[in-house]
Design a protein around this ligand. Structure first.
Ligand code: URA
Length: 190
């Protein structure tokens, strides 16, 4: 399956009830050939309206961090969520919704073949890295699984609520840039 075929398949998904309440499936944005994959939790109101992950206030903050380390969301990375549909009132995705959506993320992962995976926030980190992962205690640390390097940092929405963690998040992004320079073949300049 090509990436475009996967997108078309995903946009038609009705595997869980979230599709009945959201406006559209938010598949992902960026370069499917990128070596760095960012994974958030689920689309919010703005993402549901625009069909792109991280376009609201938290997305603007994410773009500032990406810009600071010289990465463009269109060219250098791919961004998606563990759940592709907005949960009502922005509640956390339910385990059944995550299970229904997981095949899409797995298929994206297989086609993108990232070298670095960055989980944005607790929900993504606990689903992708380890169920008891603590972003507060472990952010910025690396875990290697089958040649892929995984890390997590604060969710940008959490940084908007608690700006005290912004410097620590910046250090995490600097570490992502350093890891990319070390292991990625694409030229990451900054
Ligand atoms: N929060 C997320 O986790 N993902 C988005 O796409 C937007 C906000």
């Amino acid at each position: 399956m090509t990436f475009e075929e996967l997108r078309t398949h995903c946009l038609g998904c009705h595997a869980c009830d979230l599709r009945d309440t959201c406006k559209q499936v938010v598949f992902g944005v960026g370069n499917p050939k990128a070596e760095i994959l960012f994974i958030g939790e689920a689309p919010g109101k703005n993402e549901d309206e625009q069909g792109e992950p991280f376009v609201g206030r938290s997305g603007k903050l994410l773009d500032i961090y990406l810009d600071a380390i010289g990465l463009s969301r269109q060219k250098d990375i791919y961004i998606t969520n563990i759940c592709k549909c907005r949960p009502p009132e922005n509640r956390d995705p339910l385990p059944a919704e995550w299970d229904a959506c997981l095949p899409h993320l797995r298929a994206q992962f297989k086609l993108i073949q990232p070298k670095i995976v960055v989980c944005l926030g607790r929900i993504a980190a606990q689903r992708i890295i380890r169920p008891d992962y603590s972003v507060t205690k472990e952010h910025g640390q690396w875990t290697e699984k089958q040649g892929v390097f995984y890390t997590a940092t604060f969710h940008p929405a959490a940084l908007l609520r608690g700006p005290g963690n912004k410097p620590a998040a910046f250090e995490d992004f600097a570490a992502i840039r350093d890891k990319a320079k070390e292991i990625c073949t694409h030229t990451y300049q900054n």
